[in-house]
Design a binder for this molecule. Structure first.
Ligand code: ATP
Ligand code: MG
Length: 557
């Protein structure tokens, strides 16, 4: 069965490899895994890996494990484990098995003993500095450690004592005995085990030694019968080691490592370590700050699982490193929200309007559509009265000819209501316009006029007596530099205007009941979602209605 029979996920070189492995009978079923280290929250780059690993398993009717690569106890935490589980579920993927590398600590240890017995691993007493010095460089071969020819008996004894906790951190390493002259530095007797007397979140104080990533990863894959071990390009040079370890320990299965390009997004960072620094240094309010490219931040900002998955489909999977425009991500969510978001009206920067010829004390209910194209989403009633709010920007005292909104003498359509014409305005002592005086045309109820006169501008509004007060967070790019991760100090390139808080917004009454997770389009101003972490009525803007950056980027080119 080919993936393309089933759905529309675009194919890619990895899917092609899998397809031919199934066709040739090399494998009868696909087994993948997504293997995060629980040392931070997942970001949009991880979403690419999740969509790939879980996606191919789904499409080829195989299986995918969620595996925590938990071999660095000092950096890892249950908080991260739980956050990662929540994020993968939110993206709507279900794993076959939930695994932990730490489940394999005993097997990994036993394999290490087998390696020592084969003369393929030795205990080294060089210090970290010496090891670096002996390693050589890209152009120079390394030097063999004086301990390289330690006897098997002595290695077994020392390794057993490392395991028993007899030595301090750093005193010994278990190293693979491969080739100190290999052109691939990863093959120059890489470390397999280090002494680290650290408490592990799952195994407690059972282990004073912890296996290294390169040793752990391939064996964990083999234990889980992974068929295709998909990872990012920086591991390409580690593949010979991946294969070497599996060849020596002779596991039943030998997964195939295949590398693909990491996702890099312009104007943000996709590295857990650097995102951690933003949190620790309090440049953001937390991992789920809506400006963060973390899954939790994007969720809080109003991204939908479908939009993230769609984005991952759009960018595809290749072997070529490249930077993706933020606009691609924003377009994915914009398209999804355009389909599904409920339309409402919200005034972000209110300006009071008094309709002088509208009867004092009168309130009428008008019908508004919840979605302009989707009848099935229904309608709602909105209240209209003598005093309303409109957007401050929708009035100009000295308006140019092509300004199709309000100015004295000009007429606009109030969405779903009436045509109004501005007759006057009131200023405060500082010269700021604080109120407009308008007249309405009672013949234009619902927004069209019987005489067919053309009105170019339609603006949104709320009834002053019915609106609810709210705060709104508007976001901009977190960085002003397209590749902050490539700069010496990325914190120097933080955008000081990445967050604007508007505290005096006036929103349509129904928004008082807004629940987190319901997506709204505030007509003309963008897509919004209620903030999940604030009790008072606060909305986060997910994205604007149009890509305002495309123009700016063009100007900068
Ligand atoms: P980070 O540098 O953000 O911590 P990582 O690779 O160290 O990333 P892991 O938790 O080890 O983080 O990653 C889990 C999986 O996600 C790995 O298979 C890794 O290759 C993949 N991954 C991480 N970042 C990206 C990215 N930007 N694009 C695609 N895949 C990624
Ligand atoms: Mg990693």
């Amino acid at each position: 069965m080919s993936a393309e029979d089933e759905n529309t996920t675009p194919t890619n070189f990895i899917r092609n490899i899998i397809q031919s492995d199934l066709d040739s009978g090399k494998h009868h079923a696909v087994q993948t895994r997504f293997p995060p280290e629980p040392n931070g929250y997942l970001h949009i780059g991880h979403a690419k890996s999740i969509c790939l690993n879980f996606g191919v398993a789904e499409d080829f009717r195989g299986k995918c494990n969620l595996r925590f690569d938990d071999t660095n106890p000092e950096k890892e935490d249950d908080e991260y484990v739980n956050a990662i589980i929540e994020d993968v579920r939110w993206l709507n993927f279900e794993w076959d098995n939930l695994c932990y590398s730490s489940d394999y600590f005993q097997q990994l240890y036993d394999y290490a003993i087998a390696l020592i017995k084969q003369g393929k691993a030795y205990v080294d007493s060089l210090s970290a500095d010496e090891i670096r010095e002996y390693r050589g460089t890209l152009t120079e071969a390394g030097k063999e450690s004086p301990d390289r020819n330690r006897s098997i008996e002595e290695n077994l004894d020392l390794f057993a004592r490392m395991r028993a906790g007899e030595f301090e951190d750093g005193k010994y390493l278990l190293r693979a005995k491969i080739d100190m002259a290999s052109p691939n530095i990863n093959m120059r007797d890489p470390a397999l085990y280090r002494i680290k007397k650290a408490h592990h979140q799952r195994t407690g104080d059972d282990w004073p030694i912890y296996p290294m990533y390169d040793y752990t990863h391939c064996i964990s894959d083999a234990i889980e019968n992974i068929t295709h071990s998909l990872c990012t390009l920086e591991f390409e040079d580690h593949r010979p080691l991946y294969d070497w370890v599996l060849d020596q320990v002779r596991t039943d299965s030998h997964p195939q490592q295949i590398e693909f390009a990491r996702l890099q997004l312009k104007y943000t960072i996709t590295s857990k370590r650097k995102l951690n620094q933003l949190v620790t240094d309090k440049h953001v309010s937390g991992w789920d700050d809506p400006r963060m490219p973390t899954i939790s931040g994007m969720r809080r900002r109003g991204y939908t699982p479908a939009s993230v998955r769609d984005f991952c489909d759009r960018i595809g999977v290749t072997k070529k490193d490249s930077f993706i425009e933020m606009a691609v991500l924003e377009n994915s969510v914009r398209e999804d929200l355009n389909e599904h978001a409920v339309r409402v009206m919200g005034v972000l920067n209110p300006l009071k309007v008094t309709i002088e010829n509208y009867p004092e004390g009168q309130v009428e209910g008008l019908t508004a559509k919840n979605h302009p194209q989707k009848e099935e989403m229904g309608t709602r009633e909105i209240s209209f009265s003598k005093t309303i709010y409109i957007e401050r920007d929708d009035f100009l005292e000295d308006a140019p000819k092509k300004f199709f909104r309000l100015s004295v003498g000009r007429e606009v359509r109030l969405r779903y209501a009436y045509y109004i014409t501005c007759t006057d305005f009131v200023k405060d002592e500082n010269g700021e316009v604080i109120e407009l005086i308008c007249r309405y045309d009672p013949e234009t109820r619902g927004g069209s006029s019987p005489d067919g006169r053309k009105i170019k501008g339609t603006i949104h509004w709320v009834s002053a007596g019915h609106a609810v007060d709210a705060s709104v967070n508007l976001y901009d790019r977190l960085f002003t530099h397209p590749n902050p991760a490539g700069c010496d100090d990325f914190s120097e390139h933080l955008n000081p205007e990445s967050l604007t808080v508007l505290t005096r917004c006036k929103l349509e009454a129904c928004l008082a009941e807004a629940r987190t997770g319901i997506h709204y389009q505030f007509e003309r101003t963008g897509y919004f979602v209620r903030d999940s972490e604030t009790d008072s009525l606060t909305f986060n803007r997910t994205v604007t209605l149009r890509d305002t950056w495309a123009k700016i980027d063009k100007q900068n080119q």
